[in-house]
Design a protein around this ligand. Structure first.
Ligand SMILES: Nc1ncnc2c1ncn2[C@@H]1O[C@H](COP(=O)(O)OP(=O)(O)OP(=O)(O)O)[C@@H](O)[C@H]1O
Length: 243
């Protein structure tokens, strides 16, 4: 009897999408399974961010669909996606430097009025980020680059998502901090079963540090596989790593 594959947590099926009459994605397929850290890499302008925008309902999907745990979420907007268990950590720094670490984390539940509920969830998030917990009263503007990224991730967890989308976590971070951020994602995954879909311009770090990767070129998936396998692939190395 064939062993059936588990249902993916996120599935992008044959997505065609783009901007103002121009298609950028020409039938992109990708799947993310529960508990995986999956990374999308590719050259500048290949359509990585456009994949995210299509998943996050920021642009119209002209053909194909996006499914979350089997449910069609193709036409969902950001608010509906949040309640469906998908959180987004944007590329641009999104912390409020004049507010404390605690207040920044609290903002992840900005629609909740029950202060007790908020406090309880902030404490749960702090349990996952002890370094942030130790700085809860500190102004967020005084945090290091890696700590700021951790703060952004922590805030995105306030609504208990199942899937976190991260847009270029390595931007503005030194290689050591990039490694630290990915290690943090791994331990979050191990502790909570969270799933991550990451876009990364730094192909080497992205593939090295995630479980599986997709290479996107000119709006199409050209390679996919375990991060290590892709890094060892002669064509991928030649195209992206200059080896
Ligand atoms: N709002 C927009 N309107 C029109 N074209 C756009 C828009 N945003 C992106 N594009 C075009 O879509 C193509 C893919 O862009 P996208 O941002 O998805 O690439 P990327 O792979 O994320 O690139 P990078 O690594 O440089 O961020 C590019 O040619 C870009 O110029």
């Amino acid at each position: 009897m064939p062993i059936s594959e588990p249902e993916p947590l996120l599935e992008v099926r044959g997505v065609r999408a783009g901007y103002k009459g121009v298609d950028i994605l020409h039938g992109v397929d990708l799947v993310v399974h529960e508990g995986e850290i999956v990374c999308v890499v590719g050259p500048n302008g290949s359509g990585k961010s456009t994949v995210f925008k299509a998943v996050y309902g920021l642009i119209d999907v002209r053909e194909g669909s996006v499914l979350m745990a089997g449910k069609d979420i193709t036409s969902y907007g950001p608010q509906q996606l949040l309640t469906s268990g998908i959180a987004l950590v944007p590329q641009l720094p999104a912390i409020f430097p004049g507010m404390t670490v605690y207040e920044n984390i609290e903002l992840g539940m900005y629609l909740e009025r029950d202060k007790k509920k908020i406090r309880h969830r902030v404490d749960e998030v702090f349990d996952l980020f002890p370094k942030l917990a130790a700085r809860r009263k500190q102004q967020a503007g005084t945090l290091s680059g890696g700590e700021r990224r951790a703060l952004e991730i922590g805030r995105s967890l306030m609504l208990k998502p199942r899937l976190v989308l991260m847009d270029e976590p390595s931007v503005g971070l030194s290689p050591i901090l990039v490694r630290e951020v990915f290690e943090q994602l791994r331990s979050l995954r191990d502790e909570t079963g969270l799933t991550f879909l990451i876009i990364e311009q730094n192909a080497r770090s992205g593939l090295e540090l995630s479980d599986r990767g997709y290479v996107i070129e000119r709006g199409r998936v050209t390679y996919s596989g375990a991060g290590g396998e892709l890094l060892a692939d002669a064509e991928v190395r030649k195209t992206f790593l200059g080896v």
